[in-house]
Design a protein around this ligand. Structure first.
Ligand code: C2E
Ligand code: MG
Ligand code: MG
Ligand code: MG
Length: 287
């Protein structure tokens, strides 16, 4: 009867919740081991200047392929790492590995080498001395500060405003660049754009996908103008088509990142990619 049906539904609901909880516990356990054993890897996605197509940098993106769970995306494991505090160790590893890899490009190309961009979580700002750990990693790896950029989201700027501002100023003084990631998706107060030592705005992918065949996006052109008025470079995320490249160039956007240029790739492929781009730009300069 109705009473029993209710009990069954309640039971099924409990089971679904239990399954979800067990899955989450499994992911946490495996993630702990992966951080401990340094199993999280970095892939790199190229960033190019729109005007001449020149390679300017790579964003480091975390990748996890677990022997039990298979591939788990950063959209899943980064939030879990943040909630469990694992992001403190993981973030440090990511920073050190990215700077080590970028130092390899620096040895190959000197100051012309591509910049490496590393995502820093709001939890790292809250729980660690980000500027000190970056200073240490730069000293250990030998990477010039000018070849490191950090990406922060608008969320970072909302919590503990003054402490974050101090940290960003310290980094900026060291010569590290600061990019505001996923711009346009957060709860932004435009006043902090002026107050903080930012170098770049990254326009979120969701706005770029609106740049359809024949229509301009008023939001994209407005963000580009805003960035330029504040003396910031503007880079578009999620550039996939040549139509988007044309629209972005028309709107005065500086740089682009997305599948159009290249997908995130493992380090071995990056080195080939960098060498190819260096050869092309040398050929361009002399020819
Ligand atoms: P994000 O920093 O905004 O990174 C850009 C995301 O867009 C990446 O997803 C990238 O693979 C994807 N993407 C790039 N180009 C295109 C494109 O043309 N089309 C489409 N559809 N997607 C594109 P991914 O690697 O899954 O990373 C997701 C998010 O996870 C990142 O967003 C970032 O917030 C976070 N994340 C990744 N690695 C790290 C890390 O090392 N540390 C921290 N704290 N967060 C990370
Ligand atoms: Mg990013
Ligand atoms: Mg982004
Ligand atoms: Mg994003």
């Amino acid at each position: 009867d109705a009473k029993d049906g209710g009990r069954d539904r309640a039971h099924a609901f409990d089971q679904a919740m239990l399954d979800q909880l067990n899955r989450r516990i499994a992911v946490i356990e495996r993630l702990k081991a992966a951080v401990r054993d340094q199993k999280i890897q970095l892939h790199y996605q190229p960033q190019h200047r729109l005007s001449d197509g020149c390679l300017i940098g790579f964003e480091a993106l975390a990748r996890w392929n677990d022997e039990d769970l298979g591939t788990v995306g950063p959209d899943v494991f980064i939030p879990i790492a943040e909630q469990t505090g694992l992001i403190v160790d993981l973030g440090e590893q990511i920073l050190r590995n990215a700077c080590t890899d970028a130092h390899g490009w620096f040895k190959m190309l000197g100051s012309e080498a591509p910049v490496v961009s590393v995502n820093i979580s709001p939890v790292q700002f809250a729980r660690t001395d980000v500027s000190r750990s970056i200073a240490n990693v730069l000293a250990e790896t030998g990477l010039p500060a000018q070849l490191l950029e950090i990406e922060v989201t608008e969320g970072v700027l909302i919590s503990e405003k003054s402490r974050v501002a101090t940290t960003l100023t310290e980094l900026s003084t060291m010569g590290v660049s600061i990019a505001l990631d996923d711009f346009g998706t957060g709860y932004s107060s435009l006043s902090y754009l002026k107050a903080l030592p930012l170098n770049r705005l990254k326009i979120d992918r969701s706005f770029i996908s609106d740049l359809a065949k024949d229509t301009e996006s008023p939001i994209v052109s407005t963000v580009i103008q805003l960035g330029h008025n504040l003396n910031l470079q503007v880079i578009a995320e999620g550039v996939e088509t040549d139509t988007q490249v044309d629209r972005l160039i028309e709107s005065g956007c500086d740089e682009g990142q997305g599948y159009y240029y290249g997908r995130p790739m493992p380090l071995a492929e990056v080195n080939t990619y960098v060498a190819g781009c260096a050869a092309t730009s040398r050929a361009g300069k002399t020819g």
